[in-house]
Design a protein. Structure first.
Length: 353
């Protein structure tokens, strides 16, 4: 699938917004280490450090027949042990039923490449009984809103697996669903990745109000300790969200600057939910109402009754009456714009009650 990338002050804006945000998470060794340490529950990762992780995606992705920009391969060294991490990033609302087979193909590619490399270094080594393939941890980082319901074991995708179970290659992949973690869960973790996940969970402008509920201490701690390059990544994730709700570019720059300058509270105070499509809708409705007001004024000037105005304009008297009343208070100096403002103020007051 082709993507449209645009370089901005805060990094690359990818038209595939979620892939861009997830690539940020797994593309940075510090954040990847935090992910493995805090979200996989694998004891081996409790002391993992960023320098233990090497991104080798550029080598393997071309080998994967259905390769995507969002698929990641990492080589990890812990205690003189080398193994691989395959992280696939999924955003669809429904789980991919064939994920176990796709991952199996990926794993075979990695093992095959490993064997070829070792053969070049040590001819004949793969035929030795002492030769072992490195372990591979297959992970699905899932940002869909629904539950991941696909089978985690490959054998469950094979017909008559109950009869031929011992002859069927089997493994289990790990699913880490972002929707499993509430805002409170992420706040408790207190690291940079938790902040990125909080920002990445934003789906609409109305979600932004939840950021104001986060304790100030949480942001203050990040302000003190977060490296500048991680702050820029956080700004990139937030920028991607702001693009989805149609915030103008200049406003995005101002808001994300608060992150890189460690001014989270100022960002929340200055943010206003802004949606171009909503603004256009309101403007269109106001334009239509203003036109109706002008038509009613013309009929009033011709001394039409409310009933006749309603029939002529094909509008109910309930709509005509409040406009008629406001217009009559202005007669003979009618001001359609003023009537519209009075109607809008009246409707807002009614809703507030």
């Amino acid at each position: 699938m082709e993507t449209t990338n645009k370089t901005t002050e805060h990094g690359v804006h990818n038209s595939k917004i979620h892939d861009n945000a997830a690539k940020i998470v797994f593309g940075d060794s510090t954040l990847c280490a935090q992910f493995l340490k805090g979200y996989t529950d694998i004891p081996l990762f409790k002391d993992i450090k960023p320098e233990d992780i090497e991104d080798v995606s550029s080598h393997f992705i071309p080998l994967f027949q259905e390769s995507r920009d969002s698929d990641i391969v990492k080589k990890i060294q812990i205690e003189n042990t080398e193994f691989y991490l395959i992280a696939l990033i999924e955003h669809q609302s429904e789980a991919d039923a064939d994920m176990s087979f796709r991952l199996l193909r990926y794993m075979v590619y990695v093992w095959t490449d490993y064997a070829v490399t070792q053969e070049k270094l040590h001819p004949g080594i793969t035929k030795s009984k002492d030769f072992l393939y490195p372990p591979i941890l297959p992970i699905i980082y899932y940002e869909g809103t629904g539950q991941w319901t696909s089978a985690l074991h490959f054998k469950n995708r094979v017909f008559m697996s109950d009869i031929f179970e011992e002859f069927i290659p089997d493994y289990k992949y790990l699913v880490v669903p972002l929707n499993k973690y509430s805002q409170e869960d992420l706040i408790e973790k207190g690291d940079e990745l938790s902040a990125i996940f909080i920002l990445n969970k934003l789906k609409s402008s109305s979600d932004f109000k939840h950021l104001k509920e986060i304790p100030e201490d949480y942001w203050n701690q990040l302000t003190k300790n977060t490296p500048p390059h991680i702050l820029k990544l956080m700004g990139s994730v937030f920028s991607a969200f702001l693009h989805t709700i149609n915030v103008p570019a200049e406003e995005i720059n101002d808001l994300t600057d608060h992150i890189t300058r460690r001014q989270f509270n100022m960002m929340f105070d200055s943010f206003e939910a802004y949606d171009v499509q909503e603004t256009r809708r309101v403007s269109r409705e106001e334009g239509e109402q203003l036109y109706l007001i002008k038509q009613i004024i013309k009929k009033i000037q011709k001394h039409y009754s409310i009933e006749r105005i309603s029939d002529t304009l094909d509008e109910s008297s309930a709509i005509i009456q409040p406009i008629y009343d406001l217009a009559m208070k202005q007669a003979p100096d009618f001001d359609a714009e003023k009537i519209l403002n009075q109607l809008t103020s009246s409707n807002t007051s009614t809703l507030a009650k």
